[in-house]
Design a binder for this molecule. Sequence first.
Ligand SMILES: Nc1ncnc2c1ncn2[C@@H]1O[C@H](COP(=O)(O)OP(=O)(O)OP(=O)(O)O)[C@@H](O)[C@H]1O
Ligand SMILES: [Mg+2]
Length: 502
Amino acid sequence: MSDSSTGFRLINTSVLSYQIVVPSTAVLFVGDILKLVDHDKNFIFYSKVTDILHETASGAFSAEPHLVVNLHPLGLVDGEGRFRPPITAPTTFSEVSRPDQADLDFLKRSMGDMEVGLMRAGLGVLEGVTVSIPSEVLSSHMGIFATTGMGKSNFMKVFCASAMRRRQFGLLIIDPHGEYVTGYRVKGRRVKGLIEYTAAHDGLSVYSTRPPEEREHFGLKELRLEHDDFRMGDLGFLYELSLPLVEVVESLDNLPGSDVIDFFVNEGVDSLPSPLKTTSGIGRHPEITDTLRNYSLGPLHMTQRRVETLVEENRAFFHRFGSSIPAILNDLRQNKVVLIDIPGMSERGELFALASMTRSILHTHKTHTISAEGMGNRQVVIAIEEAQRVLANANQSTQVFRECAMEGRKFGVGLCLITQQPKNIDPRILAQLNTYVVMGLSDQLDRNIVAGNAKQNLTSMNTEIQTLARGDAIISIQGSPFPVSTRIHLFEDYIDRLNAAS
Ligand SMILES: Nc1ncnc2c1ncn2[C@@H]1O[C@H](COP(=O)(O)OP(=O)(O)OP(=O)(O)O)[C@@H](O)[C@H]1O
Ligand SMILES: [Mg+2]
């Protein structure tokens, strides 16, 4: 590639930006990485193309037509091969060229074990320069940002495949559209599912609401939740509650779900004794009776209807006894990918399942962390699709998810937030995410929010973010040298390669 950079000449440098001129025939793209070798200081500077301009007042550089290219400094590699932040500037005598695979070894050394794609260069990729996310950083949370159709689901499947392959942490992911397990057909093309990664099928455990024959055919387990997996507080984010209802709901939040459901569904609020009677509660749930007899009947009836609807709507997997959660926790402990497959379930059902599983995971990890044996290196990552639904601004956030975001790291519980609308996520939550996977975002406000909140400031990459094609991402990992432009593997190609190699 070296001759493709003949005639590149550095004309302006400062610590914060460089400018070069190149022949107007040079094929350069925003996001390309260039290397500046400063022979005087024995430093190699790396920089990224941020803008390409036609200069009209040309005579200053040469009579030939040329382009002026703005570069953003990424860092420098010193005489000992260490990567450092760009706190000095290269001299204008530095030699400008394109890096090759060997040059980028320093980058590979800081990459992790969760392969997701290849480093992008121009319109293609740098073959051999794999981009991977280190699994150790995942309990410090990750965010995946992309407008619809830009490749979120494909990314998540690639990520799941790498998790199945490496088995470094447990990964819980809920699939409300039935697209992850078996795949589907679109425009004559087959989009593959996770069960087709046969070489690592031990790393996958699927809990499903599909009919028994279908479950058996694909080797899926039955998904069940039991009444005790429910907490009254769940109603708070599944429904918009008025203030009187919030009071009723909160007063029962610490009681077992099975008691609350039995009371509302079988005994009913009409069985409550009048508040004037001095006799204490009657029926099977005296504690509930005592708590509720002071509320007026209107809100109680409405609460009852909500509980009844919840039980009714989720009857496909929500039963009195028999919960999959202990088995799910066990699978996660074995560092499997646990996929909750609930095609056709209502959004409320999905959120209810997600909340009760998250609560159990957080509780287990907390209990173990403070107990004598501790959690060791145990890590679980919980993926949340359309995360703005549960982590919007402070007062609308759901307690259990907020708690994971704020404190999960201490207990080895990481979140993977997937969203098309980063602007609708509480900025304090965004600030907790250490890894950013930024894909095409059509909304400017969304782009600005993502660029400004990432641990590595991405604002200089604004033009690049704006021009990201489907399947392309900028991956920013705290502690890595710089944000890396990545072409995410297409899931089908990735698992074909892995299956063939095994
Ligand atoms: N890394 C990639 N390489 C090649 N093609 C890709 C890549 N990622 C996605 N695509 C293509 O784009 C299509 C849409 O991708 P995907 O379903 O992952 O988008 P999405 O962001 O999840 O969309 P939605 O918001 O509708 O869920 C895929 O079917 C695939 O053909
Ligand atoms: Mg999708």
